[in-house]
Design a binder for this molecule. Structure first.
Ligand code: AMP
Ligand code: MG
Length: 422
């Protein structure tokens, strides 16, 4: 369970930079999710709890990379063609079953163990069947083959005793395949985070119900729950909470009892209808981080009985951006993930853009091919913080650094693909 202190998110400054905010998050949040063992088939997207050390070599034996003929390289002439009688057969799962003699070739197939020789030696080279001729029981090889050609060495993929996958790795399909290659049937992973979610706002209605005048459907909670599920979290959905202090206190109280972290959207401004701040403070402590960002700010971080509270802005675009850039790394950190920061890619911008200095800005953009086929980032024309369609049309966010004030079309920018973070 999280044991966050009252002042764990305290920050005395005025506007906080993104880097300062991320550094504070890493510093003040310790992983909480204890390990559990899951079958390999259920380990996708989970966070590995401890280094996975190889218990054996992969492949376990030298084997052939092609269909062909196993030979001793030293039996081959470097001047002219070599004629070798071939006898016996080694296929995948069916070793030759006897030592291979000097001066002979053995028919071998991809994945078959390389035959052993008589006295600790053995054939070291495989001639691909396309590179030789066969006359009756004799294989004819031209010079030019390299020693060791087409032979895969035992342990060339994984060495017994080596760390195959480090603790904190978020398990991808290829990681699971690698674990299976040493015969693993289960993995120790971090317990899934329980994250409570609710929306606040008297104007919000549940999809499927009527909307009286002035009301809108709750979009954020569904997007948020989906973002959290992609992180492997288990979502406790507490629904829509009205803009009333007591109602929000009751929801927070329930959330803190049931979950590792609480993520809400809306009600965090300092308008008179924004009651989340007072409610969190009634149960724990809250700190507003006025981030030097657009869209977004403020981000509210707090703790309620040692559980992390993250209050995101209500505007759907601001909610999504602050989730991806702040809440996501924070939750990954709670989960003990090794990598909490997304990878950004350098692409060319095909738009010009003016921005204020000293704040980081995210621009929704699509990736399109220019006339040479290279990808360029094209800005979505409507960029209000409430325009959800802009997120749907976009492939990701162009991240513009603090010092920049004028982006010229054609310059290189950092691009954060949504596929990287969801
Ligand atoms: P707030 O942060 O509560 O001041 O809300 C800012 C804007 O975002 C308002 O226009 C709200 O109606 C809108 N908004 C807040 N929460 C949601 C939500 N869950 N779904 C859709 N829009 C929302
Ligand atoms: Mg509101």
């Amino acid at each position: 369970m999280a044991q966050l202190s009252d002042d764990c998110f305290a920050f005395g400054g005025k506007l906080m930079t993104v880097d300062a905010a991320l550094a504070l998050l890493v510093e003040r949040i310790a992983p909480i999710a204890e390990p559990e063992t899951v079958p390999l088939a259920d380990a996708l997207d989970r966070i590995l709890a401890a280094d996975l050390v190889a218990t054996r070599d992969v492949p376990p034996h030298d084997n052939s990379a092609v269909d062909g003929y196993a030979v001793y390289f030293d039996d081959l002439s470097t001047q002219g063609e070599t004629r070798l009688p071939f006898r016996g057969r080694a296929a995948a799962g069916h070793p030759l079953g006897r030592p291979q003699k000097r001066g002979e070739a053995v028919r071998i197939f991809t994945g078959a163990p390389m035959p052993a020789g008589a006295d600790g030696t053995g054939p070291d080279t495989v001639i691909m069947q396309e590179d030789c001729r066969v006359e009756g029981e004799v294989v004819i090889v031209q010079p030019g083959i390299k020693r060791g050609a087409n032979r895969r060495k035992a342990g060339e993929d994984v060495k017994a005793g080596s760390v195959m996958l480090p603790a904190g790795q978020r398990l991808r399909p290829q990681d699971i395949g690698l674990a299976a290659s040493i015969g693993c049937t289960s993995l120790d992973v971090r317990r899934a985070l329980e994250v409570a979610v609710f929306s606040t706002g008297d104007e919000l209605r549940e999809p499927g119900t009527a909307t009286p005048p002035g009301c809108v459907y709750d979009a954020n909670r569904f997007a948020l729950a989906a973002l959290l599920r992609r992180l492997g979290a288990r979502v406790r959905d507490l629904g829509i909470i009205p803009d009333r202090r007591e109602a929000i206190i009751a929801a927070l109280d329930r959330a803190a009892g049931a979950a590792d972290a609480i993520v809400t959207s809306g009600g965090m401004s300092t308008g008179e209808e924004d009651h989340v701040k007072a409610a969190v403070e009634a149960l724990g402590s809250l700190h507003f981080w006025r981030l030097a960002i657009k869209p977004g700010r403020p981000l509210a971080l707090g703790q309620i009985r040692g559980k992390a509270f993250i209050g995101l802005p209500g505007n759907p675009v601001a909610m999504m951006v602050t989730f991806l850039r702040f809440a996501r790394p924070m939750l990954l950190r709670l989960l003990g993930a090794r990598e909490t920061e997304p990878v950004l890619y350098r692409v060319r911008a095909d738009f010009a853009h003016k921005k204020k200095a000293d704040r980081r800005e995210w621009v929704r953009a699509r990736l399109v091919a220019d006339e040479t086929g290279a990808l360029v980032a094209r800005k979505f024309p409507r960029d209000g913080a409430g325009i959800l369609t802009s997120l749907v049309e976009a492939d990701g966010l162009v991240e513009l650094p603090e010092r920049l004030t004028h982006l010229e079309s054609g310059s290189m920018v950092d691009f954060l693909p949504f596929s990287e973070v969801s």
